[in-house]
Each structure stands twice: as structure tokens, then as C-alpha cells.
Write a protein that binds this ligand. Structure first.
Ligand SMILES: [Zn+2]
Length: 223
């Protein structure tokens, strides 16, 4: 698993080195566990669901399904154990005081009411207050935040709050457009219906002309 540790243990090593490497291995194992979910527990639950709907979880096509679904959930919900603020720690001092916009950041998330995917695009704008951040970091924040069960409204607000706090920005606007599979494949079945949410902070909330400017920038070129 850990090549470095394996190598140390395989070679001639003093007791101190061995103890240090054991400690290191233990720490790495703990860190790994922190990012993992209880896979066997999900497997048991998925097997139960298959039984409950009248399927045979032991037939050939379904035999691997519980384990596959468990790994899928680990991936879809990995953001639960990640702090999106980590991407906003490295900022640059800049005099630039015009609006910065990053449009069309695609994401996939999971609706907490049905555990069905919702996916779409996030558009982020901020008015720097002396600090700017690498543009790719905004996409990384969206990625971390999207990998958890949630509702689109809260996801939108969470991104806006993170940015206004970490960047000391004068204003932040976040617009999220998404298609919810819980609406398109079940219930009212409205394929193509797009849900739009927005969260405005600072000057974008209080100053009507600044708000109009940022909305024009975000929606410019759209029908
Ligand atoms: Zn839903």
C-alpha cells in the first residue's frame, strides 16, 4: 500500500526507523479512513433494497452491484470530508477592483430528498476587496461543495458565503442552473426543466446598479 514504508521495512533498518515508519503508516491509514465511507454497510443496504423490490441479489447481473454502488457513493459523497476553504487559502494581493466572473463551471451533485443526481453549471462573480484567487480554485470549490447530499439552494448559498468570507470580497454573486433527475425521471417528469438559484452577497446585494452589472455579465450571450 505504502511503497515508502514497505521499502523501509524490507531493508535493513534500526528499531527507531521501524517505529517511525509504523507510526507513519498508522497516520496514513487514519487519514485514508477519514476519506472513506463504511463500504460494507452500504453493500448490505443495497442488497436489502434489491430484496425489498423483489429482485434476486445473487443472480449473475446483480452479484457485484452492492459493492459497485458502495464505491459510487464513496465517490459521490467524498466532499463530506473535504474542506472547500482549502482552495481559497492562497490569495494574491491585487489592486484590480473590477468584477471577476467565471461562467459555466459544470458540476454533479446529489439531491438529499431522493438521493438522485442533479447536475448543471455554476457561475461565480466577485468584486475583489484587495485579494484575488486563482480562477481554477473557484472551480475546485464548486467540485468539493457539490460532492455531498444537499439541495441546490443551500449549495448556492454555501459557495457564496465561503467566497465572501475567505476572499474578503466586496461582493459575491453565485448563480446555479441545474437539471434534477428526481424531477425528470420520476414524479412530475418534466425533462429539460432547469432550476435556477442565486445568492448575492455584499455590494451585489445592496447596490442595484452593481447587481445589474454582475447579472448582465453572467447572463450575457444567453438567450
Ligand atoms: Zn429530489
Amino acid at each position: 500500500m505504502n511503497r515508502e514504508v514497505d521499502h523501509i521495512q524490507a531493508g535493513p533498518s534500526s528499531r527507531e526507523v521501524q517505529e517511525a515508519s509504523t507510526q507513519q503508516a498508522r497516520e496514513k491509514q487514519l487519514a485514508t479512513q477519514e476519506y472513506q465511507v463504511d463500504l460494507p454497510r452500504i453493500e448490505r443496504a443495497v442488497r436489502e433494497i434489491l430484496l425489498a423490490v423483489g429482485e434476486d441479489p445473487d443472480r449473475e447481473g446483480l452479484r457485484e452491484t452492492p459493492a459497485r454502488v458502495a464505491r459510487m457513493y464513496a465517490e459521490l459523497f467524498r466532499g463530506l470530508r473535504l474542506d472547500p476553504r482549502r482552495h481559497l487559502k492562497k490569495v494574491f494581493t491585487e489592486k484590480y477592483d473590477e468584477i471577476v466572473v467565471v461562467k459555466d463551471i459544470s458540476f454533479e451533485s446529489v439531491c438529499e430528498h431522493h438521493l438522485m443526481p442533479f447536475m448543471g453549471k455554476a457561475h461565480i462573480a466577485y468584486l475583489p476587496g484587495g485579494k484575488v484567487v486563482g480562477l481554477s480554485k473557484l472551480a475546485r470549490v464548486v467540485e468539493d461543495v457539490s460532492r455531498r447530499p444537499q439541495v441546490q439552494e443551500r449549495m448556492t448559498e454555501l459557495i457564496a458565503d465561503l467566497l465572501i468570507e475567505e476572499l474578503d470580497a466586496k461582493g459575491v454573486a453565485v448563480v446555479v442552473e441545474a437539471i434534477h433527475t428526481c424531477m425528470t425521471v420520476r414524479g412530475i417528469r418534466k425533462p429539460g426543466a432547469v432550476c435556477v438559484t442565486s445568492a448575492l452577497r455584499g455590494a451585489f446585494r445592496t447596490n442595484p446598479s452593481t447587481r445589474a452589472e454582475v447579472m448582465t455579465l453572467i447572463y450575457n450571450g444567453r438567450q
